[in-house]
Design a protein around this ligand. Structure first.
Ligand SMILES: Cc1cc2nc3c(=O)[nH]c(=O)nc-3n(C[C@H](O)[C@H](O)[C@H](O)COP(=O)(O)OP(=O)(O)OC[C@H]3O[C@@H](n4cnc5c(N)ncnc54)[C@H](O)[C@@H]3O)c2cc1C
Length: 435
C-alpha cells in the first residue's frame, strides 16, 4: 500500500466518507482511516433532512438511500408529558422528493464508505489514528490496523479531521475537554420492532431535564434517541438501582411521556441501548486551525433539530468545493495547491462559509434545546405551538431543513467530477443519479 497521499481523512462517518469521495473524484489520492468495523450501530436519531438529496444524488447513492430508508417524514409531533401538538414539516428543496427520511446508521455509513472506496479512496479500516504530527502542507499520521496489529505511517499535505465529537484526536492540536457539569448531556439510542408510531410522523420529546425523538426508520424499525442532563441521568439510575443506564432511561421515558408509553407498549427492543457522551455542542472550527475540520469535528448542534448529519454531509461538500475551487485544474503538491500558504487561504474561505451556513442552526438548536428541557419554558413552548403550529414548521425551516447548500456554491464538487483530471477514477466509479 502507498503511504504518500494528497489528503488524509480521519473518520469514515458521513462527513469523512463524503469529503474523501469528493476529492478522489477530482483525482486526488486520498486515505480514509476509520477505527471501527462497519456496519456499526451509532447513537443517532437517524433522520436525514431532504436538503441533502442533491448531495446524495451527485455522489451516486441517492437511489440506494431512498430504496432503503423509512417512510417520508411529513409531520412533526411535539410531545410533553400527556400533551401532543402536531405541525407540518416544511417541504425540502428537491423537486418531487420534498420530505426527510430515516435510515439506520449501520446502513447509511456503510453505503457512503463503500461509495468512497469505489471512487478510488484508499480505506484503512479498522485502523485507529494514534498520533498526528506536522503542520499545514506536511502532515504525518501514525495509525494502527486493529485487525492485523500493524502500524502505518502515512503522509499528506492536506489533513481533514472528520473524527466526530466523542473523542479528541491524539495530537497536541486537540481541543481541551470541557469541565464536568450537572448540565452535561448524555445521549442514548435504541431500536424497537413493532412500535405504534404513525408513518410519516417525527416525534420530538420535551422532557424535564432532557429531550429526544422517535421515528420509524428502515425495515419497520423505530429509532428512539434522547439526551439527558447528567443530574437527570443520576436521578433515573437512583430510581432504578441495579438497572443498566439505558434500561433506567427507558423506564423513565415511559413514565415521563405518554406518547412514548403508547408507542413502545406493543414494541420489542432490538439489541441493547447505546450510550455516548457528554455532548459538547458548539463551534470547534477556527480559521487559523492548521487542519481542516468537518462534521461534528467542526461544530455540533444540539441534536434536537436533527441536523447533525446534514451538517456533516454539507460541511464535507463545502470543504471539497473550497479545496477544488482553490486548486483549479491542478493536483495538490507541496509547492502549489496544498502548500501551507494556499491552504491558509482556503481555510479562511471555508471557515467563513461554514459559519454563514451553520452558525444560525447551532444557535436555533441551542435555544430550542434549552426551552425543551426546562418545565416552565417547555410548557410555554407547547402552549405557543398549540396556538400557532406554524411556529414549529418555521423553526424547522430556520434550522436549515429546506436549504440546498449545493446551489450557493461557485465551484460544485459535482461539476469538478466531470473535469478531465490526470488521476481521475474511471466513470464506472461514479454515476450521477437523477432524481
Ligand atoms: C442522541 C442523538 C440524536 C441525533 N439525531 C440525529 C438525527 O436525527 N439527524 C441528524 O442529522 N443528526 C443527528 N444526530 C447527530 C449525528 O449523529 C452527528 O452529527 C453525525 O454522526 C456527525 O457525523 P460525523 O461524520 O461528523 O461524525 P461521526 O458520525 O461521529 O463519525 C466519526 C467517525 O470517526 C471515527 N474516529 C474517531 N476517532 C478516530 C481515530 N482516532 N481514528 C480513526 N477513526 C476515528 C469514529 O469511529 C467514527 O466512525 C444525533 C446525535 C445524537 C447524539
Amino acid at each position: 500500500m502507498r503511504d504518500d497521499f494528497d489528503a488524509m481523512v480521519i473518520g469514515a462517518g458521513p462527513a469523512g466518507s463524503v469529503a474523501a469521495m469528493v476529492l478522489a473524484r477530482a483525482g486526488w489520492q486520498v486515505a480514509l482511516l476509520e477505527k471501527r468495523q462497519f456496519p456499526r450501530r451509532k447513537v443517532c436519531g437517524e433522520c436525514l433532512a431532504a436538503s441533502n438529496w442533491s448531495i446524495l444524488d451527485a455522489l451516486g447513492v441517492g437511489q440506494t438511500y431512498h430504496a432503503a430508508a423509512g417512510p417520508e417524514l411529513k409531520t412533526l409531533a411535539l410531545l410533553r408529558a400527556d400533551s401532543r401538538v402536531l405541525a407540518d414539516l416544511p417541504r425540502g428543496p428537491a423537486e418531487g422528493r420534498p420530505w426527510g427520511r430515516a435510515l439506520g446508521r449501520e446502513t447509511l455509513d456503510t453505503l457512503l464508505r463503500d461509495q468512497a472506496r469505489a471512487a478510488g479512496v484508499t480505506l484503512l479500516q479498522p485502523c485507529a489514528v494514534q498520533r498526528v504530527d506536522g503542520r499545514m502542507g506536511d502532515w504525518r499520521i501514525q495509525a494502527r490496523a486493529l485487525d492485523a496489529r500493524q502500524q502505518h505511517i502515512l503522509r499528506a499535505p492536506v489533513l481533514i479531521a472528520a473524527n466526530g465529537s466523542w473523542e479528541a484526536l491524539p495530537s497536541g492540536l486537540a481541543h481541551p475537554l470541557p469541565r464536568r457539569r450537572a448540565s452535561d448531556l448524555f445521549a442514548f439510542k435504541a431500536n424497537f420492532r413493532g412500535a405504534a408510531l404513525r408513518e410519516g410522523e417525527l416525534s420530538v420529546l420535551a422532557l424535564d431535564g432532557g429531550y429526544g425523538g422517535m421515528v420509524l426508520a428502515d425495515d419497520g424499525l423505530a429509532t428512539v434517541a434522547c439526551c439527558l442532563r447528567r443530574d437527570r441521568l443520576e436521578a433515573c439510575r437512583q430510581a432504578q438501582p441495579g438497572l443498566r443506564a439505558g434500561d433506567a432511561v427507558q423506564a423513565w421515558l415511559l413514565q415521563a411521556c405518554r406518547g412514548v408509553r403508547g408507542a413502545l407498549a406493543p414494541a420489542r427492543r432490538q439489541g441493547p441501548w447505546l450510550a455516548a457522551g457528554p455532548l459538547d455542542p458548539g463551534i470547534r472550527l477556527r480559521a487559523d486551525d492548521p487542519m481542516f475540520r468537518i462534521g461534528n469535528a467542526a461544530g455540533e448542534a444540539h441534536p434536537i433539530v436533527g441536523e447533525g448529519m446534514s451538517m456533516a454531509l454539507q460541511s464535507a461538500w463545502l470543504l471539497g468545493a473550497s479545496l477544488l475551487e482553490g486548486a483549479g485544474q491542478a493536483l495538490p503538491s507541496r509547492e502549489g495547491p496544498a502548500s501551507a500558504a494556499w491552504q491558509r487561504e482556503v481555510a479562511v474561505r471555508y471557515a467563513a462559509a461554514w459559519k454563514r451556513q451553520f452558525a444560525p442552526r447551532l444557535r436555533l438548536a441551542a435555544i430550542f434545546a434549552q426551552a425543551s428541557m426546562r418545565p416552565s419554558t417547555s410548557a410555554l413552548l407547547l402552549g405557543l405551538a398549540r396556538a400557532w403550529p406554524g411556529l414549529l414548521t418555521q423553526g424547522a425551516r430556520w434550522s436549515g431543513k429546506t436549504r440546498d447548500i449545493t446551489q450557493g456554491l461557485s465551484a460544485s464538487p459535482g461539476a469538478g467530477a466531470a473535469r478531465a483530471r490526470p488521476r481521475q477514477p474511471g466513470p464506472s466509479a461514479f454515476t450521477k443519479e437523477q432524481p
